[in-house]
Every structure is written in C-alpha cells, then in structure tokens.
Ligand binder design. Structure first.
Ligand SMILES: Cc1cc2nc3c(=O)[nH]c(=O)nc-3n(C[C@H](O)[C@H](O)[C@H](O)COP(=O)(O)OP(=O)(O)OC[C@H]3O[C@@H](n4cnc5c(N)ncnc54)[C@H](O)[C@@H]3O)c2cc1C
Length: 384
C-alpha cells in the first residue's frame, strides 16, 4: 500500500485512535488540536497543590461490554477498579442513586422487599396517562409524582434548561428504578479508571514515529490541501463556518474549589432541588480511590445553553436540531476527502468506549477502501 499523508483534526480519543491505526500501517499522520493539550474532553491533569488527578472537562468513568475496546485501552495503561456510585441531595436529605430499593425505602420510610416495592411503585404510577408525550408524563406514569419531583424533575430542568413538560417522553425510555440494592451506575461488564489518568493513556496511543501532533493549532479548510484524507473530529457546523446556523448544545460551567480534607465523602453528589443552581458537585480524589490525598479538588457543575465561544458538551438533538443536522449532513456528503468522526463531528453523545469502537472501525474501513481503490465514506454511521 502506498504511504499516504493523513490530517486529523482533534487529538481526543477519536483522533488518537484513528491516527495510531493508520500510522501502524505506515501512513504519515499529522494531528492538529486547537487546545494546548492532547486528550480532548477526556483530559486529566494532576493538580499541583493537592496532587489530585483532576478530570478537567468533567468526570469520565470507563465502562463497556466491548471486549476488544477493553483490551485496546488496557494495552496502553493499567485500569484500576472503579464503580460509579452516585448520591443525591433532595429536600434536605441524602439518597442513593440511581433510584433503587434503598432509595425507595429511605424516601418512603419503609422496609420493602423487592416485590413489595414493585407493587408499591405501581400504585404510585399515574395510570390515567395512557400515551405519555412528554418527559414529565412518562416519569409520572412510571414512578408517580413523589419520586418524580424528588429525583427527576429539578435535575432534568437544570440539565436541559427547560421544563420536563417541554421535553419528549423518549428521553426516559425505560423504568428508571431498580428493585434491588444495586447502586452501581453502570451495568457494563468492564468498568474502571486509568491509573494515571486519560491524558497519559492517550499520549501513549499517540506515541508512534509516524504521528506528529501540533497543539494550539486551529484547523482551517485550506490546510487540507496536500493531504490524501482528512479525519475531522471538530464540530460539524464549525467545519462549514456555521453557514446553516449553530447546532444546539448544552455547555457546562465548572466552579472549582479546594477543600482541606474530604468535602462530601463521595465522587458525585447530585442536587435535585431547583433552588440549588448547580446540578452536581464532583470531588475528584474519589475518582482515584487507590490514591491518598489530604486535600481535595471539587467542581460545582452548572448547565446552560451553549453560546459562541463556549465548549459544546451535550448535543440537544430535539426536533429542530435534527432538521438542521440533516442539512449539515447533506452539506458534508458533498465534501470529498473528509470523514467526520467523534462526538462533535457527528453531533452525537458518545461514551468513550463507543468513540474508540467507531474510531477503530473508521480506520479499518479507510484501509479496506484504499485496498479496493474505493472512496472513503463521509460518516461511518449516519449521524441521524
Ligand atoms: C461532561 C461529560 C462527561 C462525560 N463522561 C463520560 C464518562 O463518564 N464515560 C464515558 O465513557 N464517556 C464520557 N463522556 C464522553 C467522552 O467525553 C467522549 O466519548 C470523548 O471525549 C469523545 O472523544 P472525541 O475525540 O470524539 O471528542 P473530543 O474529546 O471533544 O475531542 C475533539 C478535539 O478536537 C479539537 N478540535 C475541535 N475543533 C477543532 C478545530 N477546528 N481545530 C483543531 N482542533 C479542534 C478539540 O479541541 C478537542 O480536543 C463525557 C462527555 C461529557 C461532555
């Protein structure tokens, strides 16, 4: 196979994994990132004063059922056991999340066994709602008003910036309650945290003689000239200079503070009450439970609409945004020599394991198409 010159925009997980797979096949890979560090939104760095490993763009917990992806990441770093156990403060009390048998018994002051709790929640459910249209109706139908107001209403309103009566029922797909004491947030078979953070792991993925990384470098479309192919993991609308308007995102503001000791005794404490302006507080030393630190670094997390210049975090993807996305996808399909990848390039929320799976599959598809002398796709999976 002839050696190609590949440009990759973004040194996050998408760019790093695609870059490595192509570099391993002898292609020359140049990666640019506008930030001053690699790792994208998974970036971690050790706080100089406390020694705590900080998840700079919000906490990242690795969880997957994909054995190949799990083996892949374990090839670059040691993963140590970590289970995400979230608590919530609601109405002046602390409860276990996701809503489970412990939460139900705490909240209603009961000692239910699983079957009793299930029957009790069924009694609470609002069965007059035959065909729920909104998030609120769906929640009321599943769990009834008391649990909805304590655990779903305020948090959802703060997270989305609108009333749950304005959100579609599809956001709450399944009954969001467990009738046992399992408080592990994720069901996945493999779960853990990289011993020395994600940035070290991604640095090792990028460590190949055929890869060069240029940080603090913004991509401009004219720079694609001279490259055989571009993999773009920046914002899809940004690639086209927002000519069809801006795709809607939620952004996050982190109010960082340090504490002399253990601030909240757990990694994640949600705040369900609307009167509390933040959605949660994360205490980063608890994401590395094998480490010992006297002092602490915490983030208060506020969610709001993303404005120009903010970091886009969560794609909104409601009806209006999907229509606009369809127009951007049509525009992208007309670009030759570019593949849009990752969470921003495809305007989807992607967990890290899915990001890596798609990056591996994208690189493989590219190599297969080259071998057949066929054109590479604009997207691996349609973003709609
Ligand atoms: C708050 C939050 C919490 C999350 N928690 C978890 C979790 O617990 N577990 C989990 O599995 N996943 C989690 N994720 C998802 C995870 O962050 C993504 O899977 C991952 O970051 C996707 O990697 P990426 O490379 O596609 O995108 P990114 O990490 O966003 O990387 C894209 C890179 O492109 C660069 N870039 C953009 N535009 C340009 C340009 N024009 N020129 C140059 N560079 C550019 C950016 O600077 C960035 O570094 C979370 C996401 C968020 C938002």
């Amino acid at each position: 196979m002839t050696e190609e010159r590949i440009l990759i925009v973004g040194a996050g997980l998408s760019g790093a994994v695609i870059g490595r797979e192509l570099a391993l096949q002898g292609h020359k890979v140049e990666i640019v990132d506008s930030r001053e560090h690699i790792g994208g939104n998974c970036h971690t760095e050790r706080d100089a004063s406390t020694g705590v490993m900080v998840h700079v763009y919000g906490p990242h917990i690795f969880h997957t059922d994909d054995a190949e992806v799990w083996d892949y990441v374990n090839g670059f770093t040691t993963f140590l056991p970590y289970k995400n156990r979230v608590k919530t403060t609601s109405g002046g009390k602390v409860y276990s999340l996701p809503v489970n048998l412990h939460t139900i018994n705490q909240f209603f002051g009961k000692t239910f066994r699983p079957d009793e709790a299930r029957a009790f929640i069924e009694e609470q459910a609002d069965k007059t709602i035959a065909d729920p249209q909104t998030f609120e109706e769906q929640a009321l139908r599943f769990v009834g008003r008391d649990l909805y107001e304590a655990f779903f209403k305020g948090y959802t309103q703060k997270q989305w910036g609108c009333s749950p009566t304005e959100l579609p029922a599809s956001i709450l797909k399944r009954l969001p309650v467990r009738f046992n004491y399992d408080d592990n947030y994720f069901f996945h078979k493999y779960q853990g945290m990289p011993e020395n953070g994600y940035t070290e792991m991604i640095g090792r993925i990028l460590d190949h003689p055929n890869i060069t990384v240029k940080l603090a470098t913004d991509f401009r479309r004219e720079e694609a000239d001279g490259f055989d192919h571009v993999f773009y993991s920046g914002p899809l609308d940004g690639y086209f200079d927002y000519e069809l308007g801006r795709l809607g995102y939620r952004t996050l503001d982190f109010e960082r503070f340090t504490y002399d000791g253990d601030y909240q005794g757990c990694a994640v404490m949600n705040y369900g009450d609307v009167a509390v302006p933040y959605t949660r507080i994360t205490e980063h030393k608890h994401f590395s439970p094998w480490e010992e630190h006297k002092d602490s670094v915490c983030y208060r997390e506020f969610s709001r609409a993303c404005e120009p210049g903010d970091i886009p975090y969560y794609p909104i993807r409601l009806v209006e945004e999907k229509a606009q996305l369809a127009d951007y996808v049509a525009l992208a399909e007309r670009e030759a020599g570019v593949t849009f990848v990752g969470r921003l390039g495809t305007y989807r929320y992607l967990d890290m394991d899915v990001t890596i799976r798609e990056a591996l599959d994208t690189a493989r598809l590219y190599l297969a198409r080259k071998a057949e002398n066929a054109a590479m796709s604009t997207f691996l999976n349609p973003p709609l």
